[in-house]
Design a protein around this ligand. Structure first.
Ligand SMILES: [Zn+2]
Length: 334
């Protein structure tokens, strides 16, 4: 999603997140309102060790799953992901429907996605496409377009790009189940990977993802390498393929204030991130959005990045599913 939407939504979500978590502690949500005194035991500076640690330990990184080498003795795994948000982030998710922004959403599936799929197919770069279910329901022709080459993966990115922290557990689970059902019905394959809309985790998200039996999750930022998620001190068996705002096209291309960055400068950020991942022998995961990166001047940055990675060599290009299955097997998790 565009960064200005993301920042707005994330900052709006913070009081909701805090009060949701306080409810899990049995506290009232009154703390989120004004009138707190410095002596109030609910104030964070008065929290007990247990309170702080139980907040921190809800979702943590466990064991490092970066393998000694990637398939073909490659030094680095490259995972390109596309969050195909289209109209869902252009008003649908908030109900603030406006015709102009919705046209930008249609650009996503009418022009940008076909341009990106063509490039990935020509370069033979397997990629993962994360869909809010409504994005695929509005334009179901995207599924056969992506599936035609047999290279790519379709995964789930919520129902209508809802903010998980604004939902109760039952609603969040219902939406994710119906999203998986719809995507399976349209694409012909049940998604095995989950990415939270806006990377927004509620206190219930990990439990729901575990209960639904996903192979991997891709919304967290604990590391540059793949790892196992730990929930309240318990190893989950769930592979995390981590993301980062630096490696997301939306804040790079559409920063606050709409002062667009030069795509070639952004390409250099991606190249530097990739080169360090190559040196370290780890993983390079890039989050892109067709409606953001699929424009003519910006696809040039993606073409340049792929050219650079191929020239460097010893790269394993993979879908998220392929990477998750590989690291699980290497770690003896199967
Ligand atoms: Zn998204």
């Amino acid at each position: 999603m565009p960064a200005h939407y993301a920042s707005l939504k994330l900052s709006r979500a913070m009081p909701i997140l805090l009060s949701a978590w306080l409810v899990t502690l049995g506290a009232t949500s009154a703390f989120a309102e004004s009138g707190t005194t410095p002596e109030d035991p609910r104030a964070p500076w008065n929290w007990s060790e247990d309170t702080v640690l139980s907040a921190v330990n809800q979702v943590r990184a466990g064991r490092d799953l970066n393998p000694d080498s990637w398939p073909g003795k490659a030094r680095v795994a490259v995972l390109l992901s596309y969050d195909v948000d289209n109209e869902t982030v252009m008003g649908l998710r908030t109900g603030e429907v406006s015709i102009g922004p919705l046209s930008q959403g249609q650009y996503g599936h009418r022009v940008a996605l076909p341009r990106i799929v063509k490039l990935m197919n020509e370069e033979k770069v397997p990629s993962t496409f994360f869909f809010p279910a409504w994005s695929l329901k509005i334009a179901p022709e995207q599924a056969p377009l992506i599936n035609a080459s047999g290279l790519h993966e379709i995964a789930v990115h919520g129902w209508i790009h809802e903010l998980n922290t604004s939902l109760d557990a039952a609603t969040e689970e219902r939406l994710l189940r119906q999203a998986s059902d719809e995507i399976e019905a349209i694409s012909g394959k049940r998604p095995v990977g989950y990415r939270a809309p806006s990377w927004n985790f509620s206190p219930n998200t990990l439990s729901i993802v575990r209960k639904m039996g996903f192979l991997y999750e891709s919304s967290m930022m604990h590391d540059d390498r793949p790892y196992e998620l730990v929930q309240n001190g318990e190893a989950t068996g769930l592979v995390e393929l981590p993301v980062e705002w630096i490696l997301d096209d939306a804040p790079m291309f559409n920063p606050r204030g709409n002062r667009y960055m030069n795509p070639r400068d952004i390409m250099q950020v991606w190249i530097d991130e990739f080169d360090k991942a190559w040196e370290e022998g780890t993983m390079f995961l890039l989050t892109l959005h067709p409606h953001v990166s699929g424009h003519r001047s910006r696809i040039v940055a993606l073409e340049g990045l792929i050219k650079h990675m191929k020239a460097k060599g010893d790269v394993w290009f993979a879908t998220h599913e392929q990477a998750a299955r590989y690291v699980r097997a290497q770690a003896g998790m199967d």
